[in-house]
Structures are given as structure tokens and as C-alpha cells.
Design a protein around this ligand. Sequence first.
Ligand SMILES: [Fe+2]
Length: 506
Amino acid sequence: MPKETILVIQSDPKIRVLCHEYLSSRGYQVITAGDYESAIRAAFDGHVDLYLIDLQLPDVNGLDLLERIKAFQPEAQTIIISGNLTNEHLLRALQLGVKGFLVKPFGTKELLDSTKKILEDHRLLRARIQSHVLNPLFEISESFLSEIDQRHVLRQIVGIAKQETRADLITLLLVDSKSSSLNTALSTGVIPGDLEAEVKKLQQRLAEWVLIHREPFITVEGVDPQGWFQKSMASRQLASSICVPLLRKDRVIGVLQMSKKEGTPSFNQNDLALATVLCRQAAILIDNVQLFDEVKRKAQDLEEAQLDAIKALAEALESKDAYTRDHSDRALQHAVAVAEKMGLSDMQKDRLKYAAVLHDIGKIGVPENILKKPTRLTPEEYEIIKTHPEKGAEIIRHIKSLAQVVPLVLYHQEQYDGKGYPKGLAGDEIPIESRIVAVLDAFDAMTSDRVYRKAPGRQRAVEELKRYAGTQFDPQVVQAFLEVISETSPQTPLPSQIEPSSVSQS
Ligand SMILES: [Fe+2]
């Protein structure tokens, strides 16, 4: 283990030398300072495990110096050396978390015993904080990008506080970013019914004090810095309390409040140290969760805006061709089921859903007299119809978030054997989502009445899909699709294994 470092800040050179020689001979790394300037420099220069501070330094009060040190090293372990310690000094020292006192004159045994005990306690506390506070919180932050919600994080924080401090009542309050008010987010512990309203009022008052002053409020081991709390607590059957701000980048984002009932051991300085570390980490975690939620909310808003845009497009198409809209809705239902069956990734499923709805959107650009023509199309008219995948791709190209859907719309009329349009792609060159849309599209076309003909019917559609599996359609998609419709519509028999057909496009 590396040597622990002790900084002796002492105006009397004799005591300075004594502390230095004796503690060095016991295996500690000892640095000394005789005034404020040299003390601050030494504290800044390297890590100090323990401070031995003279109360009466030539240019500063030892407690003022400690307060300055605590500003950049809040967990600083300290022993105050003094010839004369008043109650006022004692109270302030406890507020500052001083762990021990040496009254001059003191012997080397006393010096070593206090030093050893404080460093040993601190080592144990650090190990406890690491394994019981930091590690569990680290695990939460690791699982961050999977499903994590704020409530889960708050429960973990309160759970750690409860387990480590044995607090009877714990309340975690969060600041509402819009109204700046402090609201209870999570609360544990039972308050007797007749005291509940009073206890809650006191808790709120305390939390608001911490919110305003941005520093912990403690009544531990009889210390009551503000003087009013102990009296208020006694009438509410509470014995001690710790209330710590959750500070994040100079902002108080919440307050953790813990109380113990009368008749239970009071909180101690270790509990305060633990709560301070817990709140420091909790603030980072909660801030990140809130940020994550905000990003998620914005993404959802964007998603809704996209869907609105798509709806507008689909409605525009509906006004031209009522068949197409129904056709798109049915295609969407079937697409989801086929995607599931074929084990597509979530991203592919999302893209497929958009493609199933939008693949015929390019028909907006096809003249109405062709779309609604009651008789067979002429070859020229058919050529115009054949432009709809490119027109559709062109329309959605302008929606940034649909970039990956563009090729799916563009290639939904391609055929497995390469005889489709617009590019004549074959097999795996055609995106799987487009191959699925092609099957859905053909099935729906054959099971829907059109202005120029009656629907060939479901049985015929199944036969056609089987017949052209391997030529016009991807046989695996046909297989999955037929399974889907036989599961959802019992009148359709389960397909036998599909063999690639040599028959070309109809
Ligand atoms: Fe189409």
C-alpha cells in the first residue's frame, strides 16, 4: 500500500518537528507548513490523507483554513490541534467534519493513536463507499442506453441511502426545471399518522433551506448548526437528520433528506460523508437520465412529425385513388407479421413499416385518368404507371429521416429474377424489405376489386404467389407470407414447401 500523506500545519516549530519525525518514523509521508500560504500550496500540490491543523496559526484561524481546504477537498480528514478549545470552536469544527482533537500538550502515543484511528476509519469508509455506493451506481449508468427510467434510478439511490445509513425516513426531492419548485420524487419510511403533516412540513422547510443555501444541513451527534432544527425535531419524534443537495454543474437539481427516529442511534460523520458521495454521483446520474429522457422526447416529437407528414402524403394519395389507401393499411399489417416471422432487425422492421405504407406514394404523380381507367391500360399508359417507384422515391427523398426508406420504395417493383423495374435488380440485390413489399403488394392487388376488374380471389392469389416464388418473388418471403395469412385467416391452407418456379412474370 502506498504511504499515506499527512500535512502538519502548525505554527510552533517544535511541535512541527516532533510530528514530522515521529509520524515519519511510523511509516507516514509527512509534509509540514507553518502558515496559510504554505499550507494551501502544500494541500494543492498533492493528495493529502490527513490534515493536522493548529487552531491558532499566525495569519489565520485554523478552522477558516480548513473551510478553504474543504472547498476543493470536501472529504478532507482533519485533526485540530489546540491549547484551548471553546464550545463555539467545537461546534464549528464538527460542522466542518473534523474527526479528532489534540489538546496541547499531547504525547506521541496520543498523536499516533488519533492518526491511526482516523486514517483506518477513512480507509474502511472509502472501501464501503466504493463497494456499496459507487459500484451499484456505476452499474446503473452502464445499463443506461438500454431501458432505464428515472424512477428506477431514484429507487436505487434511496435504497443505497437506506441500507448504508439505516435512516428511518428518506425523501428524495427534485427541482422542477420549469417552475423551480422542489417536489417529492420518492419517499420511504413510516410516519405515525398524527405526526405526518407536521413531519412533512418540517422536511419541506429543511429541503428548501438546503436548496437556497446549497450546502448540507446536518444534525448529527448533537450538532445543530442552525439551532432551530433539534427543537422542531423533538416534537416530531425525530432524533437526527441529514439533508444534502444534489449539485450538478452549479445547479441544485434535488435534495436527499434522511431522518432517524428517537430511540435509534444518531447519524454520524461517516453517514454524512457517505451521503455526500452518494448525492454527488446521484446528481450526475439523475441529470443524465433527465437529459436522456429529453432526447427521447425530442426524438418522439420528431417521429410524430414524420408520421404526420406521411399521413398527409397518404391522404393526398387517397384523394386520387381510394383503393391505394386501403391497400397500404392492409400491407402494413401483413408487413409487420412477415418481418417478425423472418427475424428482421428492429431497424429493418421500422423501415419496412414506412415502405409498406409509402411504396405506392409515387402514384400521386400518375394522371388520374390512367390510375382510374376502367379498361386495360395501353402499353404507353403502363409505361407511365411504371414510373411510380421513381416518383415515390423522389417525393420521400425530401424527408431527411426517411433516407433509408428511399431505396425500398424505389425497388418495390423489382423482381427476384431480375425482370422487374426500374433497375432490373435480382435476388439479394433487391433490399429484403422491398422483396417483402413486392409480395404484399401482389397479394393485395389480387384480392381487391379494381375499377376495371373483379378480384381474382384469395385462393387464386395464394396459387399465383406459389407459382411465381423464385421468379417474380423471393421464395422465402412467399413462404413466410403464406404462413402469416394461414395463421391469421384459417380458411387459407398451410402452404407446402415452396419450390422455385421456372414460370416467368405474369
Ligand atoms: Fe407499386
